[in-house]
Design a binder for this molecule. Sequence first.
Ligand code: FE2
Length: 361
Amino acid sequence: MAQKAMDRVDYVEFYVGSAKQWAYYHKFGLGFNIVGYSGPETGIRDRVSYLMEQGRVKVMVTNSLYPDSEISNHVRLHGDGVKDIAIRVNNLDDALNDLKERKVVKFEKPVDVKTDSGVVHRSRALTYGETVHSLIDYGEFESKLPPNFEPVEFVGTERSGVTRFDHIVGNVEDKKMDRWVDYYVDGMGFEPLISFDDKDISTEFSALRSKVVHYNNRKIVFPINEPAPGKKKSQIQEYLDYYHMPGVQHIALHTDNIVETVSKMKREGIQFQSAPDSYYEEMAKRVGKIDEDIATLKALDILVDRDDDGYLLQIFTKPTGDRPTFFYEIIQRKGAKSFGKGNFKALFQSIEKDQARRGNL
Ligand code: FE2
C-alpha cells in the first residue's frame, strides 16, 4: 500500500496571554520538559514561544509582544486556546497535491524555512473556527527544535508519564458537525470511525452529538462535537459562547500508568473533574475484572469503561485557562479502542455542576 501523505500530530500550539505562565503550568503541573524557546533573543521580534515535550507529545505556547497582531486578536476574542494542530507529513508536495485534487480544504502556499540544520517545508491548512493545521515536512532535518528555537537548559522535574496524543476534539456549532466530518473525510482523506447521538450523550439537562474521524489506522484521531438541544444549555454551547467560535475542546494524552500520572498531577495542584461515589459502587458490575484497585481509582476520581476489545481509564482536567473552554484528558487504553461512552453521564454531571455554579446551565 502506498505511504499515506500525512503521518501524525507533530505538536499543538496555543495562543495565550502569557507564554511563560503556560510553560510553567505544563512543566510543573503536567510534568513536561521545556525544551525550546523562541523570541527576540533568537531573532523573532514579535512573539515569544516555549516548546514543551513529554514522550511524543509536543506542546507549544505562544504570546505576542504587540497589541495588534494575529496572536493578540486571537487571545482577545477566544481567550487562551489552541491555534494549530500541526501535522507531520511524509512529503509536503504529495500532501498538498492530495488536498488540491480533493478540492475541499483551503491551504497556504508552501514555504521553505531554512535553519542551521536544514530546510523544513511547511504550509497551513484551515479548519474549524480560526484553527489551522500546519503541515510540516521535516525532510532530512534532524534537529528536535523548530526553526529559530534555541534549546532551554534542562532542569529536571518529575515526568508525569504521558506518552503520545490519543485524540484531539473540536467543538463546532449545532448542525455543523457533519460538515466538518465531511471536511476531514472528503477533504483530507480521513475515515469515519464512530458516532454518538444525543441519546448516547445526554443527562437530564444537556446533550451533545459527536462523530470521530481517524487517519492512517488511528494515528490521528479527531472527534467532532456539536451541541444538541436539551432542557438546559449544552456544555458544547457554553464552550462556543466563551470561545466565540468553533475550536479545540480537549486534547487526550495517553499514559501507560494513569494512576501514577494523575497522582503526580494532583500533587502539583492540577484540578480534575470528580466522579460521584455512586459511580464506583456500580463500577465492578459494569466493567468486570480490571487490574487496578477500585479504591485507588475512586480516591483519584479516575473513570473506567469497557468495550469489545478491552477497557480504558480516563479523567478530565478542569478548564486549563480562565474561560470554560479548553481542558486536557488523561487516558490509558488497555485494549479498548473507544472513547468512554459509559462515562459520559458521570463526566457530564460533573461538568454541569461547574456550569451551574458559573450561572450557565
Ligand atoms: Fe476525549
